[in-house]
Design a protein around this ligand. Structure first.
Ligand code: ADP
Ligand code: MG
Length: 581
């Protein structure tokens, strides 16, 4: 038999490597900005079109490249930043693997112009890794690189890109992280021809305010602590400025944005007793540590990191944050509604998550309490009983519905006991009804006598523009002028007092944890989560009945929009087994 092992051709191996480096437009943007920073730029301009799907351009005034270096820069493991293996452990520049440009070029159309101190500007064009043209350029300084049509030659990846809302949000996250860690660099960010951010060179606190808005100014508490192990600096936010999302949490190690559960935990622990349940503190924490004491190379995207001495670091951070909160005499808020007995959590359903179907059941009737073919046998049984009850069949034992622990609704039928998680059930009911409004365009809204005003950050304004249609289709009447949002109508079913929270929570959603399949689906999911009846809420018998009846007329009564089990059943055998155990 002939030999079968082959070395992969360069373009194939680059495409495979591209999967690690280039997950989405935002990962391209990150690599490009980092390259500009490494080239000592003091001014960086970013131009984005269609959430980066069609264009990501970065223009800098850095030291530029020679003609030859431009060609070499697209070859795998071509880097000017590392010569010896020892360098890997003490590296201080952002990129050093020398694979970003090769990977990016293999899955997109690239145009690069650059000039260095020999003053011969050059232009090079690369399609899917192949150089297709080169010529002189009259670029005056630095480097300009355009990445067009990302994944044009890997359709499976291109189709996998999420909605503009989601991709733009990732892009803004990347931009914010880098802009915060380099306040000494001037940045301009242009999205679809409009300059969204112009950030001049400024100190860190001003940079944070330029990005997050004036509101954050009085909430910044400086932190500054030097120890043998690490130096801690930056700002933490007053507990009053805590949010329901973790969006305002930024940790930088040696000026590189990272994610670290133990560091987040040590900071959060410092806020113990200062935050309401479900709220997260905000911070911009810079940790400076000897680079030989960390390993940044554990993750291809380099946002995760390993520390040699994490226990000591934990306590240093924890006490530094406590210390600065103490200095600013942040007085503790009362911690209400906290009852540990309520914290019984459901196991995530083990089966593969199913993709929520978004097609519409035209026979859907919210008042019809049962749906034979969609629900399982128990459900049908259960509903049959329920139906008879409605028909007042006196032969049937009355169906009892009651609430326990202010969290579960318990009901019975002929042979079984059913325990429903009220919060998850209500999420399912609302989710299906919101999706229905979106797709059938059946608006159901109430005009407010006093319109609601919410001030937004620039990022929120931009994200809102990507989903304003969904907001409208569901019954919101919203207009946005500069950074002020005016809400004149809201959908029925949403409490007026909840509106600001609903909107903020949608715009702040942390996409890394959500399984969003389309903007509408994401929107309906998020809205149902925020507006649903919560655990801990006492329900009267009408409300309990509403949940039970409406849950079982849903298309998928078993699982919440996030695929959690909504109810459990105990049948006769289960109960008997408990006794015979
Ligand atoms: P790495 O950054 O890991 O070295 P890249 O593939 O990102 O690898 O870049 C390859 C090389 O191209 C860099 O080492 C650098 O010499 C050069 N380069 C890339 N972008 C720029 C830029 N904006 N300005 C100057 N040189 C650049
Ligand atoms: Mg790089």
């Amino acid at each position: 038999m002939s030999d079968i092992i082959k070395i992969l051709p360069g373009d194939v191996s680059n495409k495979i490597a591209a999967g690690e480096v280039v997950q989405r437009p935002s990962s391209v943007l990150k690599e490009l900005i980092e390259n500009s920073i490494d080239a000592d730029s003091s001014r960086i301009q970013i131009i984005i079109k269609d959430a980066g799907k069609n264009l990501i351009q970065v223009i800098d005034n850095g030291k530029g490249m020679s003609r030859n270096d431009m060609r070499l820069s697209f070859i795998k493991h071509a880097t000017s930043k590392i010569n010896r293996i020892e360098d890997i452990f003490s590296i201080s520049s952002m990129g050093f693997r020398g694979e970003a440009l090769a990977a990016i070029a293999s899955v997109s159309m690239v145009e690069m112009e650059s000039i260095n101190n020999n003053k011969n500007g050059h232009f090079i064009e690369i399609n899917g890794g192949e150089v297709i043209s080169e010529k002189d350029s009259n670029i005056q300084e630095g480097t300009s690189i355009k990445i067009k049509n990302i994944f044009f030659n890997v359709p499976a990846r291109r189709n996998f890109l999420k909605s503009d809302f989601v991709e733009l949000r990732h892009i803004l996250d990347v931009f914010h992280r880098l802009a915060i860690s380099y306040p000494e660099i001037e940045f301009s960010f242009i999205n679809n021809e409009e300059e969204i951010f112009y950030l001049k060179e400024e100190p860190l606190n001003k940079r944070i305010i330029s990005i997050f808005g004036e509101k954050i100014r009085q909430n910044l508490i400086p932190i500054n602590e030097s120890t043998q192990i690490a130096n801690i600096s930056g700002y933490v936010l007053k507990p009053e400025f805590s949010k329901k999302s973790r969006n305002n949490q930024f940790i930088f190690v040696n000026n590189r944005f990272i994610k670290s559960q133990f560091i987040s935990h040590s900071i959060s622990a410092s806020y113990d007793g200062l935050l309401k349940d479900g709220y997260y503190p905000g911070y911009f924490l810079f940790i400076e540590i000897d680079p030989t004491k960390i390993d940044v190379n554990v993750h291809p995207n380099k946002t995760e990191i390993k520390f040699d001495d994490d226990q000591n670091l934990y306590s240093i951070i924890n006490s530094s944050v406590k210390h600065c909160l103490g200095i600013y005499q942040v007085s503790p808020l009362l911690d209400f509604d906290k009852d540990p007995s309520m914290e019984i959590s459901y196991d995530q359903v083990k089966s593969q998550p199913t993709i929520p179907s978004i097609e519409i059941n035209s026979e859907f009737n919210p008042f019809q309490a049962f749906n034979e073919d969609k629900s399982d046998k128990f459900t049908n049984d259960f509903l049959a009983t329920n139906n008879k009850l409605n028909l007042e069949d006196e032969n049937n034992q009355a169906l009892k519905i009651f609430q326990i622990l202010n969290k579960f609704i318990v009901s019975t039928n002929k042979s079984s006991l059913i325990i429903i998680n009220q919060n998850l059930a209500h999420q399912r009911i609302l989710y299906e009804s919101f999706l229905k409004s979106i797709f059938e365009n059946s608006v159901n809204s109430q005009k407010l006598v006093f319109p609601i005003e919410i001030s937004l950050t620039k990022k929120q304004v931009l994200l809102y523009s990507k989903i304003n249609d969904e907001f409208k289709s569901i019954g919101f009447d919203i207009s946005v002028k500069s950074e002020l949002m005016l809400i004149e109508s809201i959908p029925f079913g949403i409490e007026k007092n909840n509106v600001a929270e609903v909107i903020e929570s949608i715009l702040n959603e942390d996409f890394n944890t959500s399984n969003d399949y389309s903007t509408s689906d994401f929107f309906a999911k998020r809205l149902s989560k925020v507006t649903s009846i919560k655990s801990g809420q006492k329900l009267n018998s009408e409300e309990q009945e509403y949940i039970v009846n409406h849950l079982f007329s849903c298309k998928e009564p078993n699982l919440s929009p996030d695929n959690k089990q909504i109810f459990i059943t105990l049948n006769k055998n289960d109960i008997e087994n408990k006794f015979n155990g």
